[in-house]
Design a protein around this ligand. Structure first.
Ligand code: GDP
Length: 333
């Protein structure tokens, strides 16, 4: 029996129009037995405390996936630092506090691997959180997400709330942001190589030196990991994680140099020209590979290979070119 007195679990996916939120909706709908509660930003602005509290008080919510966030690539983080820290802090504070007041059974906060120190030993374990200086290009966003993790831990300690957190590596997949300025590297390169091929251009410019290494996880794998984590009962979950640094890393366990990623995308898109690197653009952190032993010991492993995942995402991009063009202005919440 759930909070509303029916046998279905009432699940609120905050941020259901984003890349991760929409993948969660696909996965939850396919799994069945859930009563999905979704609100667009014009229906519920998560940065407004009283609206959020009112919403939670009215709806009898059992579980929350907090996938709503202001996110973006290396340049967007640099251009909109105030938006990144303010929006993410506000959303987290409002949703967690409203969930506590309403007695939500379980909540999963989604973060990012940029919470770890710039020079953390690789692969980065959960224990490396707050052991060193953050990467400057996304420090405001990272500080907000670290605050989210610490809120989950504090709410558990003080109020006994079952608030968990999950930190994915760089994600990609359907509904990603394909804007050339504000997006992350993988969708940006898919679009740039696609446009260059369509225009018969002789070269494609890739930002930075091409040397940084990144790990990429398909968003469907991420959604799968979220369902596994939230599905674990209290005892099972909290036995697996420490009280401090309780966040769970999610990734494939493998990384790739940006230059090799660019070459792979060029092959998938069919681009025949030259690839040129632009060192005037920032490289960001040199390497970002997650240690995924914690989630492996919980019985979850990534399934979608990078090549296969990029091919599928490219197909999605082609199928939805019109929508992609509309969605290009600012980082998405
Ligand atoms: P990060 O993982 O937080 O650094 O985020 P990004 O996905 O934005 O960038 C990853 C790496 O890819 C950085 O070294 C970028 O300089 C590099 N990169 C190369 N070309 C691009 C591009 O067109 N867009 C973005 N966002 N990054 C690019």
């Amino acid at each position: 029996m759930n909070a509303a007195g029916t046998s279905q679990t009432r699940v609120f996916v905050a941020g259901h129009r984003g890349m991760v939120g929409s993948a969660l909706v696909r996965k939850l709908s396919a799994a069945g037995h859930v009563d999905l509660l979704l609100r667009r930003r014009d229906q519920l602005d998560l940065t407004r405390q009283s609206d959020v509290e009112h919403f939670f008080a009215e709806q009898k919510i059992d579980q929350v996936y907090l996938a709503a966030a202001t996110v973006g690539g290396i340049l967007a983080n640099d251009q909109y630092p105030a938006d990144f820290i303010r929006d993410n802090l506000q959303i987290q504070v409002n949703v967690l506090e409203a969930a506590r007041q309403a007695g939500v059974d379980r909540l999963l906060l989604l973060g990012s691997s940029c919470i770890y120190p710039r020079n953390a030993p690789q692969p980065m374990t959960e224990e490396s959180l707050l052991t060193g200086v953050l990467e400057l290009t996304n420090e405001p966003y990272a500080v907000a997400k670290i605050a989210g993790i610490k809120m989950c831990e504090s709410y558990r300690r003080q109020y006994g709330c079952d608030f968990r957190s999950i930190m994915p590596t760089n994600l990609y997949g359907p509904n990603d942001n394909f804007d050339l300025e504000t997006s992350h590297v993988l969708p940006a390169l898919l679009r740039r190589f696609h446009d260059a091929t369509a225009d018969n251009a002789s070269e494609v410019v890739v930002w930075g030196s091409g040397k940084p290494r990144r790990e990429f996880l398909h968003v469907d794998d991420m959604a799968d990991a979220c369902l596994v984590l939230i599905g674990m009962n209290q005892q099972e979950f909290w036995d697996e994680v420490p009280v401090r640094n309780s966040q769970v890393n999610v990734g494939t366990g493998e990384d790739i140099a940006i230059a090799d990623l660019a070459a792979m995308i060029a092959r998938i898109v069919g681009f025949q020209g030259e690839i040129r690197f632009d060192p005037s653009k920032p490289d960001g952190t040199p390497r970002k590979l997650l240690d995924v032993s914690r989630i492996h010991s919980m019985g979850w492993k990534a399934r979608i290979g990078l090549h296969e995942g990029i091919e599928q995402t490219y197909q999605w991009m082609l199928d939805s070119m019109d929508d992609v063009t509309v969605n290009q202005e600012k980082p998405e919440t």
